[in-house]
Design a protein around this ligand. Sequence first.
Ligand SMILES: [Zn+2]
Length: 114
Amino acid sequence: MDIKPLLLQRSENRCELCEGDQGLEVYQIEPTELAISECQMISCQICLEQLDKGATLDEEHWKCLIQSSQSEYTSVQVVSWRQLSRLGHLDWSKEILNTMELDELTLEWASAGL
Ligand SMILES: [Zn+2]
């Protein structure tokens, strides 16, 4: 089953991180062996490029995490948490991280991908 149409529907054809609409793709969140069913999300091209661990993060762009960290979807929370952690040297990022309440399994999943 192609999950992309379903994900696009839930995201209203927007990137689930920054709400951009350019080059939307399904982002597969690794690792997937933790048996969490919901491990995909919609991401735009700009976010996709910077989700790469080796990529330099554009701090201004990632202010979108202020919103996305409040997402109702676990997958979006996990990716937001990881990006915030990569920006953990910044005050605003640290602040949001402190307010996020991930359950134990989700936190384990999020940490595993750092
Ligand atoms: Zn985006």
